[in-house]
Design a protein around this ligand. Structure first.
Ligand SMILES: CC(C)(COP(=O)(O)OP(=O)(O)OC[C@H]1O[C@@H](n2cnc3c(N)ncnc32)[C@H](O)[C@@H]1OP(=O)(O)O)[C@@H](O)C(=O)NCCC(=O)NCCS
Length: 151
């Protein structure tokens, strides 16, 4: 198992890992163009040549980042891969100089185990609401929980 920073050639792998969760409505669908624009935010986990995990660190401001599009292939869950990915994304966040990393999720306990604490959704930046949430089929009444970690 190895974690890499993808190139544009790996957009297909990102989409392969995310597809089942996009279909379930847990993860937001993003176009190839949007993934390409943000390609430098992604990390992919491979088991040999098979993509099995994805996560992205999106930057909002010199202080605030967000973990998004985090997913591990169902067959590979509960083996510590998600934890490893989040730790790697937080390491990158810290190296970049971010102070806080946000996540909007249904997987509260998973993120709490990684040091995140729940915050009020009102603390989520408007930029997120208007760029992302508005595209979601559950907007405006979703049950996602906002959590944050301080680096
Ligand atoms: C959330 C997700 C990424 C976790 O990945 P994973 O590789 O299965 O998680 P890990 O094996 O690294 O688990 C780390 C810890 O969290 C716990 N955990 C994992 N999923 C959990 C869940 N759904 N609820 C509660 N605890 C969970 C594990 O038991 C483990 O605990 P431990 O450290 O005490 O042993 C994965 O379940 C997934 O892809 N879910 C679907 C997409 C999704 O909801 N993404 C989050 C969007 S922000």
């Amino acid at each position: 198992m190895k974690i890499i920073k993808p190139t544009l050639r790996e957009i297909i792998d990102i989409k392969t890992v995310l597809k089942p969760y996009v279909d379930e409505g847990i993860i937001l669908n993003r176009s190839d163009d949007e993934i390409a624009t943000n390609i430098r935010s992604y990390q992919i986990v491979y088991d040999k040549k098979r993509p099995i995990g994805v996560g992205a660190l999106h930057i909002y401001s010199p202080y605030l980042g967000e973990i998004r599009s985090l997913a591990v292939n169902k067959e590979y869950q509960l083996k510590g891969i998600g934890k490893e990915l989040v730790r790697n994304l937080l390491k990158e966040a810290k190296e970049l100089g971010l102070k806080e990393v946000l996540v909007l999720t249904y997987k509260k306990e998973f993120f709490e185990k990684l040091g995140f604490v729940e915050i009020q959704k009102e603390a989520v930046p408007d930029k997120k609401i208007w760029a992302d949430c508005i595209k979601c089929k559950f907007f405006p009444s979703c049950n996602e929980i906002a959590l944050i970690t301080y680096l």
